[in-house]
Write a protein that binds this ligand. Structure first.
Ligand SMILES: C[S@@+](CC[C@H](N)C(=O)[O-])C[C@H]1O[C@@H](n2cnc3c(N)ncnc32)[C@H](O)[C@@H]1O
Length: 315
């Protein structure tokens, strides 16, 4: 079948499909089919309030069929009603979060003494996870530029009982104005979101290469501010839910070329499946071998949203 016919059949704009064909080659059919699937609901246990075992027991008593996916949570395999309508949700015993998204905060691995800044925090899935990993101790500053999204962030922080997070309605670039240098920085950057086509099929057509380029400039500005602010031996985790190399590997290559940084190894997996390496050669560009330390989750490999992660320190 011609690519233009494939694009029409699956509802992608042709230019986007051509790019995915170059990125995934003979895996393209699996990628396209996989994006037609819906993610099942999954929940991350909020260990500030309840243990994984206790939550499991409470939910199976209500006839939820749960699959253990990782140390952090469960997939809802079957249920008589929505997990969001449970009293356990109201009580903040869990956060509804994608299986791939659950592995992000543990990769930054903050401890209870750390000062952490989450530069783009709303609605708070990863910030509240950082808080529970830090056992509700240490200090987290959660920034977001969008005032409207801050109310969701504040509600989630309060529902989950996180006491170590201070919320600021700020542009992430203002991180450079904070007096103390953070030990850890999470930069979950604004992006085109092409990794979450399963959740929002409009992303097959809505965003073009112009959006990709526009956002990559914002991503670079945010990453520069993060690097300028980081403590000498600190760590940044750069992540997006975009598939596009211009928002991911190319941003990290730009940072490697312009700042004294290096990439750290990311040891993680999704349900036992190893993460994919970042592209070191794509769209006619040859990147540093080090870029293979960046990791991706992919819909057709991990049965999740497509995320990108790079763990950075100063060299
Ligand atoms: C990918 S979402 C963050 C999701 C969040 N980390 C979570 O796990 O729930 C990106 C966020 O960046 C915010 N944002 C966009 N540009 C920003 C900027 N320059 N500074 C700070 N936040 C920004 C958006 O309002 C949005 O809430």
């Amino acid at each position: 079948m011609k690519l233009s016919d494939v694009a029409r059949e699956y509802g992608y704009n042709f230019d986007n499909l051509k790019r995915y064909n170059e990125m995934f080659g003979d895996k393209l059919p699996r990628f396209l089919e996989s994006n037609e699937k819906e993610n099942k609901d999954s929940i991350r246990v909020n260990t500030i309030k309840i243990s994984k075992n206790e939550l499991f027991t409470r939910l199976i008593e209500k006839d939820f069929v749960l699959k253990d996916v990782n140390d952090f949570g469960f997939i809802i395999e079957e249920s008589k009603f929505s997990i969001s309508s449970t009293v356990e949700n109201l009580l903040g015993y869990f956060y509804i979060q994608g299986v791939a998204e659950m592995i992000v905060s543990p990769i930054l691995s903050p401890d209870a003494n750390d000062f952490v800044i989450d530069m783009c925090a709303a609605p708070g899935g990863k910030t509240t996870h950082l808080s529970s990993i830090m056992e509700n101790k240490g200090v987290i500053y959660a920034f977001d530029i969008n005032k409207r999204r801050l109310s969701a962030l504040k509600n989630n922080i309060s529902r989950l009982g996180c006491l170590n997070i201070a919320v600021f309605n700020l542009n992430g670039e203002e991180i450079t104005k904070v007096n103390d240098k953070p030990d850890k920085i999470l930069l979950d950057a604004p992006c085109t979101g092409s990794g979450i086509i399963r959740k929002d099929s409009l992303r097959k057509t809505l965003r073009t290469i112009h959006d990709v380029i526009f956002l990559s400039e914002i991503q670079k500005k945010l990453l520069k501010s993060a690097i300028d602010s980081l403590k000498e031996d600190g760590t940044i985790l750069y992540t997006t839910c975009s598939l596009e190399p211009e928002e991911n590997e190319f941003v990290i290559q730009w940072a490697l070329d312009n700042f004294d940084i290096k990439l750290l190894k990311i040891d993680s997996d999704v349900n036992g499946i190893p993460l994919e390496n970042g592209f070191t050669e794509i769209f006619g560009r040859k990147l540093s071998d080090e870029i293979s330390l960046c990791k991706r989750t992919l819909p057709h490999v991990h049965d999740t949203n497509g995320l990108f992660m790079a763990k950075i320190t100063k060299s």
